[in-house]
Design a protein around this ligand. Structure first.
Ligand SMILES: Cc1cc2nc3c(=O)[nH]c(=O)nc-3n(C[C@H](O)[C@H](O)[C@H](O)COP(=O)(O)OP(=O)(O)OC[C@H]3O[C@@H](n4cnc5c(N)ncnc54)[C@H](O)[C@@H]3O)c2cc1C
Length: 498
């Protein structure tokens, strides 16, 4: 360790959307930048590779976006889905940023296309990436390489050295081709952490969710929709180092996905999108929530949690022939039967209970003018739970069932931050440690979700984090922070041996 300043300006931990936005911004501001990505090159990009779009405010039609989606409407949507558990200042920063970020994204190779039919009522609100998130990530990595950003794959940061809120170094573990590992402490003037939540860490999820009233470990039946590399290691490290945290460990974006999906990386095609077109029953053949509460983009991310709270963490989405063609077809075929009785039997559900649930529902349907693109007047009457919209009797064979389990997308527990994205220690912002993406999404999302806002948060705060890191480097150039002290060296030893 020398007393001189590190030669690297900005270290970026993570290789997803937020990390790349930060890295590109810092590089554009003239900094030297190094990215450390836990995944091998083939699997780079984290959950961002699975995405399709970002939610954008706009006051008038803009290239691929129709009509308008003003700031206030976006804010009200967010307020509603989070039930008020959001920080208005941070939310509005992300919203406003979404109006202006696309030309910058375009400059770095991202291309957009209009929403396709079958997507979730999103032609007005969400800009779709041509080629999906994988193409976006590839474009950003290509741009990063062209700009001379150094990139390490197979490189996981497992520890940090922080001295009085000041980032000094990150401990990286390199996976080598022969299966061995090499450790390295990497110093930098400034650091951006954008390495996701802890959704891929089933042990941590198990600890957070605990056992339910039936003695089951709820998280044992979770499926991870995206990357296997987001383990929340640095969230734990920072908590231990006294960083201010935000969020509840059980709050997450959780979707009802096909129970037959793989444990990791099933992606978008395992989502079951016909919930609002039928009913959903648990393993006791009981309905448990309003399937037509609101437009699917504002509700799909609560259904994973709802299923998680059911016995056995399993449920069945039931529709009839009328629903076919009205939702994105799932990758796996549904169970198809010509009678509801047969469907119950094939699913192994109590036939009597199932028929009562379906008959009660069918009789309660007050059919008006069915319109899946509006909050229509088809609803149930005298039924608990109610179905508020799109309630048509399930009476047209063949009948379909899709088994669903909780599919976790990303967790909300993370680091408390502010409009500069600084990590806070006892209320004080760090001068050179910043955070972006899922790791700080809890500042905007206390609970709930609205489609496309994950990439809005990652893009907005990723770019801000990159700028903040560059400003920090500049400020340090003007005022040398001084050599490391004994306590700083001791803290590295302590964490290295932990
Ligand atoms: C199937 C699916 C579909 C989605 N669709 C959409 C959508 O259409 N629109 C939308 O807005 N959002 C969507 N999301 C959510 C979206 O993916 C996230 O909100 C967003 O990608 C988060 O970006 P991020 O950069 O914070 O995290 P990630 O993209 O997950 O990146 C985290 C990165 O950190 C790396 N990493 C983790 N730990 C370490 C470590 N210790 N050291 C080094 N590197 C590490 C990982 O390998 C990864 O590269 C979707 C998610 C999934 C799973």
């Amino acid at each position: 360790m020398t007393a001189s300043q590190p030669s690297l300006d900005v270290l970026v931990v993570g290789g997803g959307n937020a990390a790349l936005c930060a890295a590109l911004m810092a590089r554009e501001a003239g900094c030297s930048v190094r990215i450390l990505e836990s995944a091998p090159q083939l699997w780079r990009g984290g959950n961002s590779t699975h995405t399709r779009n970002l939610r954008c405010m706009h006051d008038a039609p803009q290239d691929v976006l129709i009509e308008s989606y003003p700031e206030e409407e976006f804010w009200q949507d967010l307020l509603k889905v989070t039930g008020g558990l959001t920080n208005e200042e941070m939310a509005r920063i992300a919203i406003r940023h979404s109006a202006t970020c696309r030309p910058w994204m375009f400059k770095h190779g991202v291309r957009f296309q209009p929403s396709l039919s079958g997507a979730l009522h999103t032609a007005r609100t969400n800009a779709f990436f041509m080629g999906g998130g994988k193409a976006l990530i590839n474009a950003y990595f290509r741009s990063a390489q062209n700009l001379g950003i150094a990139i390490d794959y197979d490189c996981t940061v497992v520890d940090l050295e922080i001295q009085e809120g000041h980032f000094r170094a990150a401990k990286a573990v390199h996976q080598l081709p022969d299966g061995s590992t090499r450790q390295e402490w990497i110093e930098a003037k400034s650091c951006v952490l954008a390495c996701g939540g802890f959704e891929s860490n089933l042990d941590k999820l198990k600890a957070a969710w605990g056992q339910n009233e039936w003695g089951e470990w709820t998280a044992e039946n979770f499926l991870v929709r995206g990357t296997r590399y987001n383990h929340g290691v640095l969230i734990d490290v920072l908590k231990d180092l006294g960083a201010d945290m935000i969020g509840d460990a059980t709050q997450a974006h959780m979707v009802a996905i096909d129970a037959r999906a793989p444990l990791y990386d099933g992606g978008i095609c395992t989502r079951i999108d016909c919930v609002s077109l039928g009913v959903v029953v648990n393993k006791f053949a009981q309905r448990f929530y309003d399937e037509g509460e609101d437009f699917w983009p504002k509700r799909y991310a609560i259904w994973g949690r709802l299923v998680a709270l059911q016995p056995g963490q399993i449920a069945y989405s039931i529709t009839d022939a009328k629903a076919v063609g009205r939702f994105m077809p799932p990758v796996f075929d549904g169970t198809v039967c010509n009678t509801l009785e047969e469907l119950a039997q094939t699913l192994g559900l109590d036939q009597e209970a199932f028929m009562k649930t379906l008959n009660d529902y069918n009789q309660a349907c007050q059919v008006g003018h069915f319109d899946h693109t509006t909050l229509d007047d088809c609803h149930t009457q005298g039924l608990t739970p109610v179905k508020s919209h799109w309630a048509l009797p399930i009476n047209t064979p063949p009948f379909y069932a899709y088994p669903v389990r909780p599919g976790i997308t990303f967790t909300y527990l993370g680091l408390k931050t502010d409009k500069t994205t600084a990590v806070h220690f006892a209320g004080q912002p760090s001068q050179n440690l910043f955070v972006a993406g899922e790791m700080m999404s809890g500042n905007v999302l206390g609970q709930g979700y609205t489609a496309g806002v994950g990439m809005t948060i990652g893009t907005a705060f990723g770019r801000i984090a990159g700028s903040s890191a560059a400003l920090s480097v500049k400020a340090q150039g003007e005022k040398h922070p001084g050599p490391p002290t004994d306590s700083h060296l001791l803290s590295r030893v302590k964490h290295a041996s932990a």
